[in-house]
Write a protein that binds this ligand. Sequence first.
Ligand code: PEP
Length: 249
Amino acid sequence: MKFNPDLVTIAGNWKMNGHIDTSVDVEKLINLINGDDANIILFPPYTLISQFVHISKNSILSIGGQDCHHKDSGAFTGSISAPMLHDAGADFVIIGHSEVRALHGKGSGNIMNKTQSAHENDLITIICVGEDREVRLQGEHYNFISKQLEDSVPRTSNRNNTIIAYEPIWAIGTGNTATTADIKEMHAHINNTLQDFDMFKKGNPSILYGGSVNPKNAGQILSINNVNGVLVGGSSLDHLQFNEIIKSK
Ligand code: PEP
């Protein structure tokens, strides 16, 4: 099975990092995690997807893309489509990461269309939501996240093909992890909001936290109510650190 929503999910977003020779580290990671009872996913740059799919074939590691276009093909220089990710062997895709949303202004852009295209091509989506510091200081973060969820989650979603990641922008890559109280309150808010979505009448999707997760704070974060896993950037680049995060579940 590619994804079990009842298990903890530990996902590593490599962003624009990694070369062919990093495959050695992925092989070491696979040896450390085989037998673990979790959904473990790596999101390398597009150039490494086929290679990592090949090495992880008989392991519990899954591979995904960091974004996709909402169209299947066409004159969209620099973009990659959901059928292309599927063709390369990916099973997952991140949609709406704040670093991608930033390229399209503050709005949700076409996140919903991208997610729908991913589902139509048999990809499991991690939809990212998260407020910036300004929105939080204005006390608007709950309204902001509700609106992002409404604008991002399509009718094709269900708890088996959709994961939500709460990634406050002020916590990404800054070392400023959100506090336990911040995470607990926002994950409860997201959980409550999703209960009103028709697509989740049979159960809410997993909700991950992302933002400066590391081996030291992962155990604490994973023990918070309504936290079903973590999306890890910087600390996923080192296979030993990533394995420590997986083992702290
Ligand atoms: C991310 O980019 O999704 C992320 C959570 O990054 P970091 O762990 O480096 O804050």
